[in-house]
Design a protein around this ligand. Structure first.
Ligand SMILES: Nc1nc2c(ncn2[C@@H]2O[C@H](COP(=O)(O)OP(=O)(O)OP(=O)(O)O)[C@@H](O)[C@H]2O)c(=O)[nH]1
Length: 651
């Protein structure tokens, strides 16, 4: 995997290692060797702004999470003198607070969410280093990334990393690479990015095996935008690969996707920070600052051309496609405006989220936000909380379902509230469809049984089962995306003691028997708790939800249930789950009427009335808010942990 998209977006200083253009290598020994091989200039101080395309190598480093991309990138940058070895790790490897706190690598876990962006980043390269951990061997993302690179027809250089580890099994891993990818491993570099061992063997390979970019500087400008981030001072900074022609400061350019016009205010290379050069020519990769106001204007995969010389856009562009939608609401409705501002600021920097206002009867005014995946959603929530001090409730994530009408039209729905009524279903609609994905799982053989159970319980259909070597199995399943967004990853990890890895790719839409399940509290549907489910899951999930909502013994973090239970004294609470008018499950929390007049000894009727009145008021207030006075965490916990029963049993 290239350096992570998410982190890159947040920390511009990371980006240099995503696409390492030629600039990084001009000062290194390897480059001198390369230069002498090519019989070109041997001068020491090379003008970075004027390098012929033949001397450029644009490549990226792809790998499974933690296989060593950043460490290798640092070593290569040191080796080439782009950074010195005192350029402390803390700066280069600085991480988001969110990331540290979660103890996971956001970008890595989020790779699944960001596959499109990664494929666009790869499209800006001619080659890639496929890095594999010598102890862990091939993992699901290694395979997914290999195919992304292969499909882009990139030159792929396999490298085995972490050979210094006692658990390293170089022979086995090399064999895996050879048999799975049919890559030539005869002289494969066996390195330790940590100690620096053999890292110098990589660059000559890069120079020899990765072709130089083939653009023509004399043709009309064709610039390819593959990444961007928002800088408070200068606005949007774009990373572009110049495919043809030359782009200069002051040039007027047009986005092929939006038709928007911009003027280049600053342009240069990443070395590793921004170094202005005044122009970029065919074959170069660098940064471009023009008058883009929000990250949403920088469409990854977009093509730019000079205002007077339109060109055909490069293939493969897709507008950002959020696949997970959820409602976000302030806990304290007085914070609506503040939250509105915070969300606007966050989305300024994140082009891949979509935002719409939404109103819920249970939760008030909020937003419907579309994310690339659940990790993207978690990170967004966490950033709202940490950076903007917001307290929010996030509803159950929903994938986009498709409605096919009798007249041939179709519509995507992203919210259970948009689910068609039964009348419409009978008369206007032919079928409902849900998004499917192909899941790739790699795991040691001993966990396969349990993983197959998991995939089966998630409506998965096995497409492939193969041995990677004598110990590890690779399986592919077709599975509804909805099953992945509800904790599939956590479940997979817990069933395999952390040894299984997975990735998924889009498989389009498939007809599906889906229904909307309502949760009713005292007969009132709570819109924020509605969910779209497959019919086969309704009875088990319906019963489970009702039980959970009535579970007054739970001492877990599910405060929601406790909260409802704590209202017991005042009135009866009936919890039901239902599809249309058909109740699936019912739970009752009996009323325990508090005798508020007990302390009034006879006589004082007025006081008695007053107290009864007060109690009634209280009840009214409670009913009015439908018992949903919830701590955000409780709501979130309930909502995010609500999927199939089989899964919960195994937790
Ligand atoms: N022993 C050993 N550890 C290494 C080596 N290379 C990297 N590591 C360690 O492996 C861990 C992950 O390395 P990173 O460079 O962050 O891996 P990455 O692939 O960039 O990870 P993500 O960006 O999180 O996907 C770190 O603790 C590194 O110190 C190596 O050659 N040997």
């Amino acid at each position: 995997m290239t350096r992570a998209i998410f982190i890159d977006r947040t920390f511009p200083s990371f980006r240099y290692d995503k696409i390492m253009s030629h600039e990084g290598y001009y000062k290194g020994m390897q480059i001198k060797r390369w230069q002498s091989t090519l019989n070109s200039s041997s001068e020491q101080n090379i003008d970075l702004t004027n390098i012929p395309a033949e001397n450029i190598r644009n490549f990226s480093i792809i790998a499974h999470v933690d296989h060593g991309k950043s460490t290798l990138a640092d070593r290569l940058l040191e080796l080439t003198g782009t950074i010195n070895s005192h350029h402390s790790h803390s700066q280069v490897l600085d991480k988001l607070t969110v990331e540290r706190e979660r103890g996971i690598t956001i970008k890595a876990q989020g790779h699944v969410d960001f596959n499109y962006e990664v494929s666009r980043s790869l499209a800006a390269c001619q080659g890639t280093i496929l890095l594999v951990d010598a102890a862990q061997g091939l993992q699901a993302q290694t395979v997914a990334n290999f195919w992304l690179a292969y499909n882009q027809e990139l030159s792929i250089i396999p490298v085995v990393n972490k050979v210094d580890l006692p658990a390293a099994d170089v022979e086995r891993v090399t064999k895996q690479i050879q048999s799975t990818f049919e890559l030539d491993t005869t002289n494969i570099a066996l390195i330790s990015a940590k100690t620096g061992l053999n890292v110098d063997k990589i660059l000559p390979n890069v120079i020899e095996k990765i072709p130089h970019p083939t653009g023509d500087v004399n043709e009309s400008l064709k610039a390819f935008l593959f990444d961007s981030w928002y800088d408070t001072y200068v606005g949007v900074v774009c990373l572009m690969a110049i495919v043809n022609g030359k782009l200069q400061k002051g040039d007027k350019i047009v986005s092929a996707h939006s038709g928007n016009k911009y003027e280049v205010a600053d342009i240069g290379i990443m070395h590793p920070e921004q170094v202005p050069t005044g122009y970029l020519h065919a074959g170069q990769v660098g940064y471009v600052i023009c008058n883009m106001k929000a990250a949403a204007e920088a469409h990854i995969g977009d093509t730019f051309y000079h205002i007077k010389s339109p060109v055909d856009p490069l293939p493969g562009f897709e507008p950002a496609k959020p696949m997970v939608f959820a409602g976000i609401f302030p806990i304290d409705t007085n914070e609506f405006n503040k939250l509105d501002e915070s969300i606007a600021k966050l989305t300024l920097n994140d082009a891949s989220v979509s935002v719409q206002k939404e109103t819920s009867t249970a939760l008030g005014q909020g937003w419907r936000i579309g994310f690339l995946g659940t990790l993207h959603m978690d990170v967004f929530q966490q950033r709202l909380e940490e950076e903007y001090d917001a307290n929010v409730i996030i509803t159950q994530p929903t994938v986009p379902y498709k409605i096919i009408y009798r007249d041939g039209a179709s519509k995507l729905i992203r919210n259970p509230s948009e689910f068609p009524e039964s009348n419409e279903m009978t008369h206007k609609i032919i079928e409902l469809q849900e998004p499917m994905v192909m899941v790739t799982v790699i795991a040691p053989e001993e966990y396969i049984g349990s993983i197959m159970d998991l995939c089966g319980s998630r409506r998965g259909e096995q497409l492939e089962y193969n041995y990677l070597d004598e110990l590890r199995v690779i399986m592919r399943y077709s599975m509804p995306l909805a099953e992945i967004v509800t904790d599939f990853h956590d479940d997979l990890k817990s069933r395999s003691s952390g040894y299984a890895s997975f990735d998924y790719e889009d498989m389009g839409y498939q007809p599906s028997d889906i229904v909307k399940m309502n949760v009713l509290i005292n007969k009132k549907p709570v819109d924020a708790l509605a969910a779209i489910l497959h019919r086969s899951q309704v009875s088990s999930i319906g019963r489970e939800w009702a039980k959970k909502l009535n579970n007054n013994k739970t001492k877990t973090k599910n405060y929601f249930y406790l909260k409802i239970s704590s209202k017991r004294q005042l009135y009866e609470v009936v919890i039901q789950t239902a599809i249309g008018g058909k109740v699936v499950a019912r739970e009752t929390i009996p009323a325990m009427r508090k005798n508020v007049t007990a302390k009034c000894y006879g006589g004082d009727v007025t006081r008695k009335m007053k107290l009864l009145e007060k109690q009634k008021e209280g009840k009214k207030k409670m009913k009015m808010i439908g018992n949903i006075e919830l701590p955000q965490k409780a709501f979130y916990d309930f909502l995010s942990k609500r999927s199939g029963t089989s899964k919960l049993k195994n937790k």
